[in-house]
Write a protein that binds this ligand. Structure first.
Ligand SMILES: [Zn+2]
Length: 227
């Protein structure tokens, strides 16, 4: 990646995505001053912190980590918003570079992004989690399986349903299609912001049904800590 950087600098705007200041040659996407202010969780890739406990209460998650604490009005919220709605697609890979070293304590074999609903995908043009997942796979040596998980097209509106019906709806909202055998493998699911963890838990269940011997972990850009 390094030798390409001067070339990329010419192609992409060389200002910090958060504060707009010009970047120095050794800064990328986010300036050092803004990086210093990012709310890093410092969660290791394990089962022993708050995020892991929340997820493990819902599904048999092996390990979890998240790079930042999410706050809608803070720097992490601004960063995710730029990625999602302003086509700053390089934010995802940049955040992956910060997170990848944590995964090296127990590197996954396979990495999957949480799929976007096809309608959202059409509207937005890209899945903001893909760049993050793809860079994580390059940095950890894991295989990237972007098409293994699909969101079903017709998910009825959630508003008129009971909690149980909603859960069933989320749970059956995904399907798994892969030709490889994931039993005995370590699978990493990646997402942008984890709030309740319900979507991730549903996917972990779907994978577990198909491959009971797979270990499924979770990594996200940000975690919205419950109050
Ligand atoms: Zn900055």
């Amino acid at each position: 990646m390094k030798p390409l950087r001067p070339l990329l600098n010419l192609v992409y705007s060389r200002t910090c995505v958060l504060c707009g200041r010009p970047l120095t040659y050794d800064e990328d996407v986010i300036c050092r001053r803004c990086v210093d202010e990012l709310p890093f969780t410092h969660y290791d890739f394990s089962d022993s912190h708050k995020l892991a406990r929340i997820l493990r209460a819902k599904a048999p998650v092996y390990k979890a980590t998240s790079l930042l604490f999410y706050s809608k009005t803070g720097l992490s919220g601004k960063l995710i918003h730029k990625l999602k709605y302003h086509h700053h697609a390089r934010v995802g890979p940049r955040l992956a570079e910060f997170l990848a070293p944590r995964l090296m304590t127990d590197p996954p074999h396979i990495i999957l992004p949480v799929p976007l609903h096809p309608r959202k995908m059409r509207l937005r043009g890209y899945n903001q989690t893909e760049g993050f997942a793809l860079r994580l796979s390059r940095l950890t040596g894991a295989r990237y399986e972007s098409r293994a998980l699909r969101k079903r097209r017709h998910t009825p509106s959630q508003t008129t349903k009971s909690p149980w019906e909603r859960w069933q709806n989320v749970r059956h909202g995904f399907e798994l299609r892969t030709r490889s055998n994931w039993n005995g493998r370590h699978i990493l699911l990646t997402d942008d912001v984890i709030t309740t963890g319900a979507t991730l838990a549903a996917i972990v269940q779907v994978i577990g049904q198909e491959f009971p011997e797979a270990r499924v972990s979770v990594a996200s850009m940000a975690f919205n800590l419950p109050r």
